[in-house]
Design a protein around this ligand. Structure first.
Ligand code: ACO
Length: 381
């Protein structure tokens, strides 16, 4: 049996904390919480002045598109929204209890079989595959959400942008413009974030020269965990358990006394704040006031205050995303899958970046097992 990790050994950093595992030009994640940058552009500005499609172009290509470049890119994204019928009908029939993340993971795996460029790791092919993966994720997710309600998929609407079209595919009705923009902003905030666990997973797989679909399938598995992307849905379950702002303070104090982790708080890299959280919080409050449903945000304010005063912990992007998505009337189980919808751009960008000057990732471990001993025949054990 393995022994407990020994943390004092030189060169060993549990959880790879502070270990530099590569270089990347895609995003700048500042430990002090200065603004997150995508290829030098502030995410807050991108949220105000851009849209998820343009941000996807930026992270995939390393520059903002000209009008012509954007139109060509967007045209491909819209054209690629359909998911092969065989995949849609198969995944919509999977057992009800299958997690949406597992459905998306299987979906990407199945899509590989339908992509003629699956084994082509050239830049050109990987840009094409990135566009297809980004375009198809919302369609698959919306179809599965509807299937669980016994409803048939709604075909994508070419007139709507990525975020608005996702909301449209859930109901068959064109969404409110503020709802669509709120979702678009969340997709921009979630699009890319350095060497986080899922992106690192994708890069490890890419480093073996495996194909893009395999890299993304692994990344989805890594994102599912509650310590990573799964935190947004778990944060909402927590708020539902608390139930009312009047109970929030005591609930959190009790949870902290029991040494429970509060989902949506803390971060491995950020020490003071996560600059994405206030952006989503502002949009959440805007939606809450519009819908006259401020209870969840009132509760969030209390939870934030207690966590800051008691543990110096700040909300990460997942905390405000949880309530924002709840107000958009999305099933809670779809929160982490929406992170997939957004992060697909970042993952694909990192996979392509990993190809440049690639070296297989192969760290070492410290052996903690027994010294050599002789094999014992079964009868003598
Ligand atoms: N609630 C309560 N206590 C916390 C929290 C939290 N959310 N986060 C950290 N702490 C405490 C730990 O209990 C620990 O305290 P101790 O030293 O007294 O034991 C200390 O802060 C350090 O925490 P670690 O878990 O060791 O920090 P690490 O860097 O390994 O983990 C992580 C970072 C996983 C994000 C952690 O803060 C956490 O579990 N947060 C909750 C899950 C979450 O929100 N994940 C989303 C992250 S952002 C993203 O992936 C999009």
């Amino acid at each position: 049996m393995a022994t407990a990790p020994q943390t004092q050994i030189p060169g060993y950093s549990p959880g790879l904390e502070d270990v530099i595992a590569g270089t990347s030009a895609i995003s700048k994640v500042d430990p002090q919480g200065d603004e997150l940058l995508y290829y030098g552009y502030k995410v807050s500005q991108l949220c105000e002045q851009s849209n998820f499609e343009e941000v996807s172009y930026l992270v995939l290509n390393g520059k903002l598109p000209t009008k012509t470049e954007f139109e060509a890119f967007n045209k491909k994204l819209v054209q690629e929204r359909n998911v092969p019928e065989e995949i849609l009908s198969y995944l919509c029939k999977m057992p009800e209890k299958a997690h949406y993340m597992d459905i998306l993971r299987s979906g990407v795996s199945l899509m590989a079989h339908f992509d003629p460029q699956v084994e082509d790791n050239s830049k050109e092919a990987e840009l094409n595959k990135s566009i297809k993966l980004i375009a198809k994720m919302p369609t698959l997710l919306a179809a599965r959400i509807r299937a669980l309600k016994g409803e048939k998929p709604v075909a994508p609407n070419a007139k709507l942008n990525h975020a608005a079209n996702f909301l449209y595919m859930l109901t068959g009705k064109e969404p409110d413009a503020d709802f669509a923009k709120a979702l678009d902003v969340s997709l921009i905030c979630y699009a890319e974030h350095g060497f986080n666990a899922s992106t690192f997973t994708a890069r490890v797989i890419a480093s073996t020269l495996s194909d893009m679909h395999s890299c993304v399938t692994g990344a989805i598995g890594a994102l599912k965990g509650p310590l990573h992307g799964g935190a947004n849905e778990h944060a909402m379950y927590m708020l539902l358990k608390i139930g009312d702002p009047s109970k929030a303070e005591q609930w959190i104090r009790d949870a902290l006394a029991k040494k429970e982790k509060i989902m949506g708080f803390g971060h491995r890299v950020y020490k003071k704040k996560d600059s994405r959280a206030p952006i989503l919080k502002e949009w959440g409050w805007k939606m809450a006031k519009k819908l006259k449903q401020t209870k969840w945000h009132e509760m969030q304010e209390i939870v934030e205050r207690v966590l800051m005063s008691e543990k110096k912990l700040f909300p990460n992007v997942d905390f405000p995303a949880a309530t924002l998505y709840y107000l958009l009337d999305l099933p809670i189980e779809a929160d982490t899958p929406l992170f997939v919808v957004a992060r697909m751009s970042g993952w694909c960008a990192h996979i392509m970046e990993q190809r440049i000057g690639n070296r297989i990732m192969r760290p070492e471990s410290i052996y903690t097992g027994p010294e050599p001993k002789d094999f014992v025949e079964m009868a003598k054990r």
